[in-house]
Design a protein around this ligand. Structure first.
Ligand code: MV4
Length: 461
């Protein structure tokens, strides 16, 4: 096992990793920007190193600084968390060259999944179901049109280097293809420095369902069921839950089994998530794969009883996976609300000083956060303030528990999206478990949704 782990991240995920390390008897090194000198992850870690000024590019994304920090503290492994360098294959490679364990899959796997066209082809060869579309990139509007005629409209153009919705264009008729192609390509160049596009049939009201994979270094792979992540706005997830109300036990088993088989064929190692689109007919299609620990991992932890970060660290050190698939049972229901420092109506970031803070607690409530009273939410980094996660024996009880916990949450001095969560959880389609990726859009366009949101804002202390 590792003796000392450097956490190349900040905020709640840095705390999450430090906690797992402490329980494993591993020493920890926090890194921080000058702006984060008072952050909890710095106080919780055994040692800390300042790696640069506030902008991420000069600190949390600064590879030479991170490796120097690892070297001077004699850390034998680096945990990247999520975001920042977590899916940067060059960083994973440099770690390997410096003989420091990167806690995550092999660099080749990160690089494969980072290119959506290569990932799509690898997924197809490994037996995952795909939407009809191009095998590789589409060169020009003419080629796109040929594919579109074959697939049928609507289609979607996506950036090969993309993910997160940038460089994506829905096309509903042949006349609109040429314009959409140049816009998508230009957006892809601007965002990723790579204008390559591919084309797929467009699914109108999909649900976003992802399967959690856990793989050791010896070819043993299991899945931990699904997370439903359809409550999103502009590709930012807001609420996640497990299990999904849309899956039958048969579909869950099928999605789990094909995912495992594909990961075996690819030789995947460490934790990972396969994202699928689920259409209205209950058919699922590979979308992308994430090679990191995800923000929403706690919902899976609560329903399976598996400490994912602990497992991730153990797997990276070469320990074999002890659990077999038969040992995994999903029990009860978990929901996560991402509490962001943002305006609950416009979703604009709202950094500033928290003048009063009291987190909810009690039976079945977990709060993963690095916030505290008098903490200042900084403008340089993402606005995630806390992950509020509840667990209960069934979905209706979990929803009630989440409403109760949201009602207890006191955050003053800044704005948060707590009122949005209160309104979302009260929405009929959410309560019925009958929602898709357009849920937030519909809520904000509806009379009852906006009324509930206004009321929730008024009632928030
Ligand atoms: C799609 C799709 C419909 N059909 N692909 C959005 C982000 C990127 N990872 C892929 N995305 C989508 N791809 C086809 N063929 C709809 C989306 C999509 C979406 C997917 C998951 C969760 C939220 C979403 C919001 C808008 C669009």
């Amino acid at each position: 096992m590792f003796k000392k782990v450097l956490i190349a991240n900040r905020g709640e995920i840095a705390l999450r990793v430090i906690r797992a390390c402490r329980e494993l008897g591993i020493a920890t090194v926090a890194v921080h920007s000058t702006a984060d000198a008072n952050a909890l992850h710095v106080r919780f870690a055994d040692e800390s190193v300042c790696i640069g000024p506030p902008p991420s590019k000069e600190s949390y994304l600064n590879i030479p600084q991170l490796l120097s920090a690892a070297e001077i503290t004699r850390a034998d492994a680096i945990h990247p968390g999520y975001g920042f360098l977590s899916e940067n294959s060059e960083f994973a490679k440099v770690c390997r060259d410096c003989k420091i364990h990167f806690i995550g899959p092999r660099p080749e796997m990160i690089s494969l999944m980072g290119n959506k066209v290569r990932a799509r082809n690898a997924a197809r060869e490994a037996g995952l179901p795909l939407l009809p579309g191009s095998i590789g990139t589409v060169k020009d509007p003419k080629e796109a049109e040929a594919f579109a005629r074959e697939i049928g409209f609507p289609v979607i153009l996506k950036a090969a280097a993309g993910g997160g919705g940038k460089g994506m264009k829905i096309v509903r008729e042949p006349n609109a293809l040429a314009q959409a192609f140049s816009t998508a390509a230009a957006e892809a160049v601007a965002s990723f420095g790579n204008g390559d596009l591919y084309i797929e049939r467009y699914v109108e009201k999909p649900r976003h369902i992802e399967i959690q994979i856990v793989a050791d270094e010896h070819g043993h792979i299991i899945h931990l069921g699904e997370r439903e992540c359809s409550v999103q706005r502009r590709h930012q997830k807001l609420i996640e839950e497990s299990p999904s109300a849309a899956l039958t036990p048969e579909l869950r088993q099928q999605m789990g089994e094909v995912s495992i088989r594909a990961m075996e064929k690819l030789g995947y190692n460490n934790v990972g998530t396969i994202e699928y689109l689920l259409d209205e007919n209950g058919r699922f299609y590979f979308m992308e794969m994430n090679t990191r620990i995800q923000v929403e991992h706690p919902v899976t932890e609560l329903v399976t009883g598996v400490d994912l970060v602990r497992e991730q660290i153990k797997l990276s050190s070469g320990e074999p996976l002890k659990r077999k698939q038969e040992d995994i049972q999903m029990r009860g229901h978990a929901i996560e609300c991402r509490v962001n420092a943002e305006d609950p109506v416009t979703f604009a970031p709202w950094p500033g000083k928290i003048t009063a803070y009291s987190a909810p607690g009690g039976y079945g409530v977990r709060v993963d956060s690095s916030a505290y009273e008098n903490y200042t939410v900084l403008p340089y980094y993402d606005s995630l303030l806390a992950k509020l996660i509840v667990y209960a024996e069934d979905r209706p009880t979990a929803i009630r528990r989440m409403q109760r916990a949201l009602g207890e949450y006191v955050v003053q001095g800044i704005r948060t999206n707590i009122p949005f969560h209160r309104a979302a959880l009260a929405e009929e389609s959410f309560v019925e478990g009958n929602y898709d990726t357009r849920f937030v859009e519909r809520l904000l366009a509806s009379e009852t949704g906006t009324h509930r949101l206004r009321k929730a804002i008024e009632e928030t202390p």
